[in-house]
Design a protein around this ligand. Structure first.
Ligand SMILES: Cc1cc2nc3c(=O)[nH]c(=O)nc-3n(C[C@H](O)[C@H](O)[C@H](O)COP(=O)(O)OP(=O)(O)OC[C@H]3O[C@@H](n4cnc5c(N)ncnc54)[C@H](O)[C@@H]3O)c2cc1C
Length: 408
């Protein structure tokens, strides 16, 4: 979305191809409606098209932004995430993208790429069959590096361990404060022993699985769906089915507990949320050391701010390592460009990075900033005929600044 907005606003003819029926990606389709983090250590480090959308959504829905400029509390980074109204955000995504002049094509997926002398021939699959599009430049914001894979680009660590996904729902019909949570946790242990529920159905920590955390969170961001690589249709299908099975097991167990007879769902995300699939092998790869030291790359185009946040299938379910005070990592152009390939960049979760660095870089504000940076490169490359890796870095930065992005 941010890539398309930046590219179109820079005057390039831009088409956003989306496999689903709405924009916004994980924020909307997986119900992760708390984008972050735009501020670090008392100052804003990410702005531009993503921030504009988030800020507009909060203002129009009568919400309030968090107190970004309060003294930062490193272990409570999530307090600086911005909760957006899901329905309004979905509609504003259409509005913001359309008004930049970018065209949108829903219910369409790329099926095949062919490199041409001056660009790409993209065969896409729409509702009525295959058709072809010609593009000078492509930006892969699939999160899963689907386009780079089709272009025969290299991936890092393909087939390696992946972080668990989470299927978001929101339960209602009970008041957690009036429940006998101890008794429900004891019943949960018995249900576990009988195999009616699984430890990660109720939470991330499988050392001490309990139902009470799920109940207090109203089921939101409460489970782990482990052991699946959702990069392709088969993996994605397994993740959706296993995710919904986990919620159904909890529902059937909880409805039998005292005080939960009226449990119901107010919301079930359209899709299971995916934390990790593919990362491209870029011209450079951001390592955890680069990230944690706040390395300022010579070709840095955006910031990122989040602790290393590696979810695991076992143990406590999460390895988190905060950033030292004052540290603000950066993202270089080289990490957005797949090695050997021309006229294609990525924006978002599939940025070239090691697993630990990626567990931080993947978050929404960082993804928005990377998308905008890649959109700027694609537009300039299309307009000048210069390959994205040869564009003068100051030209890309100048374009980004004109469109309100913060450049390191
Ligand atoms: C449970 C959970 C909790 C999280 N918590 C937070 C949090 O608290 N704060 C935070 O900021 N981030 C959080 N994240 C991380 C964050 O939401 C994602 O990593 C981020 O949204 C990734 O953005 P993206 O644009 O790279 O990819 P996505 O959001 O996945 O967007 C990709 C888009 O491309 C489309 N697409 C994919 N493949 C194709 C294809 N082949 N053809 C056409 N279209 C395609 C998708 O439909 C989607 O619209 C969380 C993630 C999960 C799963």
């Amino acid at each position: 979305m941010c890539a398309a907005m930046q590219s179109a606003a820079a005057g390039a003819r831009t088409l956003l191809v989306e496999r689903g029926s709405m924009l916004g990606g994980t924020t909307n389709t997986a119900g992760v409606n708390f984008p972050g983090i735009f501020h670090a250590w008392g100052r804003q480090v990410i702005r531009g098209y993503g921030w504009k959308l988030v800020e507009h959504c909060v203002a129009e829905s009568g919400g309030e932004l968090p107190a970004f400029f309060d003294p930062p509390v490193p272990s409570r980074h999530w307090m600086h995430q911005v909760r957006v109204d899901r329905a309004l955000y979905t509609m504003l995504c259409d509005e913001h993208v359309s008004r930049t002049g970018a065209e949108i094509l829903f219910h369409t997926m790329p099926a095949k790429l062919e490199a041409r002398e001056t660009g790409w021939r993209v065969t896409v699959c729409g509702k009525t069959g295959l058709f072809e599009l010609d593009a000078t430049c492509l930006v892969d914001c699939t999160g899963d590096a689907n386009l780079v894979t089709m272009a025969a680009g290299d991936l890092l660590d393909a087939g390696g361990e992946k972080q668990p996904g989470t299927y978001v729902c929101r339960a209602s019909g009970y008041d957690p404060d009036t429940l006998d949570l101890e008794q429900i946790d004891a019943a949960f242990q018995e249900a576990l022993a009988r195999g009616e529920v699984l430890p990660h159905d109720a939470g991330w920590d499988v050392n001490t699985p309990v139902a009470s955390r799920w109940l207090r969170n109203l089921g939101e961001n409460a489970n782990h769906i482990p052991g699946i690589d959702a990069r392709d249709s088969e993996g994605r299908t397994r993740m959706e089915i296993e995710g919904r099975k986990a919620i159904l097991r909890m529902y059937r167990f909880l409805r039998r507990q005292p005080g939960l007879e009226n449990l119901r769902f107010e919301f079930l995300a359209p899709e299971c949320g995916v934390r990790e699939t593919a990362r491209i092998a870029g011209d450079v790869t951001i390592t955890a050391e680069d990230y944690q030291s706040g390395r300022v790359w010579p070709d840095a185009l955006s910031h990122s701010f989040y602790p290393i946040d590696l979810h695991t299938a076992g143990g406590s379910g999460l390895n988190k390592i905060g950033l030292a005070p004052g540290t603000v990592p950066t993202v270089p152009r080289g990490a957005l460009l797949p090695k050997r390939l021309k006229r294609i960049a990525v924006g978002g979760r599939c940025v070239s990075s090691d697993r630990a660095a990626n567990s931080a870089l993947r978050v929404q504000a960082s993804a928005m900033a990377m998308g905008q940076a890649s959109g700027a490169m694609a537009a300039l490359a299309a307009q000048t005929g210069v390959d994205m890796r040869d564009l003068p870095i100051e030209d890309i930065r100048a374009l980004l600044r004109t469109h309100d992005a913060i450049v390191p």
